[in-house]
Write a new protein. Structure first.
Ligand code: SF4
Length: 209
C-alpha cells in the first residue's frame, strides 16, 4: 500500500478537515505481532501533540486497567479508526472513517491479533458495521468478518466513561482483564480461552455492567 510503511501511514491527505486540524498523523503503537489489539476512535489533543494513541487521561485509565490485569502497555498494540485529530474533538465523520478504513484493516491483517478490542461506541459501530449500544454491549465477544477473515472482537466502553462516571470503572477494568485472558497474556487465559463462555451465534457475555 503506497501510503503505508509497514503498519504506519505516511503523508496521507485524504481527509481535508483532518489534515487541516492535525499536527501529525498518529499511528498505532506496540508490537506489530501483538496478541491483543485495541482500536479507539481517533487522536485527541494530547495524542495529536505527542504522536501516540491513548496517552492522555483516557490512556492513563487504560494503562491502569492493563497493569491491574498484569500486563504492561508495551505488550499490546493500540491504534485508532482515524489517525488524524478531528477539529474540536468532534467524532470522525463517516467519510473520514471510510477514508482511513483500509489502513486500519491492513494493520489488523499484519498484527493478526488473537483478540481485537474496540474502545467505545464509534470503533465498535465502525468495525461491526451496525449500531451498538455500548453501555449494554460492553464485555460482549463477537466473531466478525474483517478484511476477508473472521476476527474475535471484544466490545468495550471507552476508558473516558470511567472519568465521567466512576461507577463504570469496575466494569471497564473487568472487560480489560477479560481481554488479557482471551489474548492468552496471563496464566489465567492460557488453556481455556479466558473467562468468556461461548454462546450460540458466536456471542458471549463477560458479566453485566
Ligand atoms: S484520518 Fe486517515 S485517511 Fe484521513 S487524512 Fe488522516 S491518515 Fe489519511
Amino acid at each position: 500500500m503506497k501510503q503505508m510503511d509497514g503498519v504506519c501511514v505516511r503523508d496521507c491527505t485524504r481527509c481535508d478537515a483532518l489534515v487541516a486540524s492535525r499536527s501529525q498523523i498518529v499511528n498505532g503503537v506496540g508490537p506489530a505481532d501483538a496478541d491483543l489489539l485495541f482500536v479507539g476512535e481517533g487522536p485527541g489533543a494530547t495524542e495529536d501533540e505527542q504522536g501516540a494513541p491513548f496517552v492522555g487521561r483516557s490512556g492513563s485509565v487504560l494503562d491502569e486497567a492493563l497493569a491491574e490485569a498484569g500486563v504492561g502497555r508495551d505488550a499490546v498494540r493500540i491504534t485508532n479508526c482515524v489517525r488524524c485529530r478531528p477539529p474540536d474533538n468532534r467524532d470522525p465523520h463517516a467519510d473520514e472513517l471510510d477514508n482511513c478504513r483500509d489502513f486500519l484493516e491492513h494493520e489488523i491483517d499484519v498484527v493478526d491479533p488473537t483478540i481485537l478490542v474496540t474502545l467505545g461506541k464509534v470503533p465498535s459501530e465502525h468495525l461491526l458495521d451496525r449500531s451498538v449500544a455500548i453501555t449494554n454491549e460492553s464485555g460482549t465477544v463477537v466473531d466478525h468478518r474483517l478484511g476477508g477473515r473472521s476476527r474475535r472482537v471484544l466490545l468495550s466502553m471507552h476508558p473516558a466513561a470511567t472519568l465521567y462516571d466512576r461507577s463504570q470503572r469496575e466494569g471497564f477494568f473487568a472487560t480489560i482483564a477479560s481481554a488479557v485472558e482471551l489474548a492468552g497474556l496471563n496464566d489465567a487465559g492460557r488453556g481455556d480461552g479466558g473467562a468468556a463462555s461461548e454462546k450460540s451465534g458466536g456471542q458471549s457475555r463477560l458479566g453485566e455492567f
